[in-house]
Design a protein around this ligand. Structure first.
Ligand code: MN
Length: 290
């Protein structure tokens, strides 16, 4: 089930990639070169998906391996109502194009595209579908690649509290004034909205932290050096008790990707408009260590 990938691309694949990189890139455009990249939670098929930014990312990077870490196509949303503008189709075509040009593309499905989990260990349009993967970095770290929703359960209770709390809070804002007037009349002390809010923020923070620790524990249990996941739309690169934890974020709010430089160093890229100048610096960086 677990794939220990080798990165020695056959010469033909390298040649093909070099040939294809030419016409796809207009003169004066650079492709940022990375050994690997991870993207997830693009939610194609929803209005929230930032397909144009994503397309820009796919057209301006050159990758040996691209991991799609789940919730790429939002099957849940498409089932409710069909929404598929041309830009979303263009993203799918760009991914297939990368695969054809020699990038190894591995699709690890999430919960919103769980229908693809039935296609475990198969190849669709040059894209390999796997329930999970183990990635080996250039310097030999072994990292579990998994969407992460399986580990939601351990944090679900906290999330439910947070969601319920959110509704309660909004309702409380609306009727705080009347609520406290009534409480005063009934002889109860003032109910503090500020304290309630602080408690809710703490709930959300503890959900993220519980999730991160659960994933790190799983990587350690399997004897791996770290984990790369998505699902909670919260990009992060940190160490938890010696285990490397990476979350590649999302393309709904933050437009983030995790990338591996030629030396094996991992970094979160913010592909927002203000991040593109930083991208040029990153290009120089990858040239230097390539
Ligand atoms: Mn998810």
């Amino acid at each position: 089930m677990l794939d220990a990938p080798t990165f020695q691309a056959p010469p033909s694949a390298v040649d093909a990639r070099t040939r294809r990189a030419g016409p796809a890139t207009k003169p004066g455009q650079h492709r940022h070169r990375y050994r690997s990249a991870w993207i997830s939670d693009t939610h194609l098929g929803t209005r929230g998906c930032q397909a144009d930014q994503l397309l820009h990312f796919l057209r301006h990077t050159q990758l040996d391996t691209l991991y799609l870490v789940g919730d790429i196509i939002d099957g849940w949303s498409l089932k409710r109502s069909w929404y598929w503008p041309p830009s979303h189709g263009a993203v799918v075509r760009a991914v297939c194009e990368l695969a054809r040009a020699g990038t190894r593309v591995i699709y690890v499905p999430g919960n919103h595209d769980e229908m693809l989990r039935d296609f475990d260990a198969t190849r669709i349009a040059g894209v390999r579908v796997q329930r999970e993967a183990v990635h080996e970095t250039a310097d030999g770290r072994r990292l579990l690649v998994i969407h992460g929703d399986d580990f939601d359960a351990v944090c679900t209770q906290a999330r439910w509290l947070a969601v319920a709390g959110d509704y309660a809070y909004r309702a409380a804002v609306l009727c705080n004034h009347w609520f406290n007037r009534l409480r005063r009349r009934l002889g109860y002390p003032y109910w503090s909205l500020a304290n309630f809010l602080k408690h809710q923020v703490k709930n959300a923070v503890s959900f993220i932290s519980d999730f991160e620790h659960a994933l790190a524990r799983e990587a350690r249990r399997r004897g791996l050096d770290g984990v790369i996941c998505g699902h909670i739309h919260c990009a992060r690169h940190r160490w938890i008790e010696g285990v490397e934890y990476c979350n590649d974020g999302d393309w709904v709010e933050s437009c983030t990707a995790l990338v591996e430089h030629a030396c094996g160093r991992l970094e979160i890229l913010h592909w927002g408009s203000e991040a593109r100048p930083r991208g040029e610096a990153a290009l120089a960086d990858t040239r230097a260590d390539a």
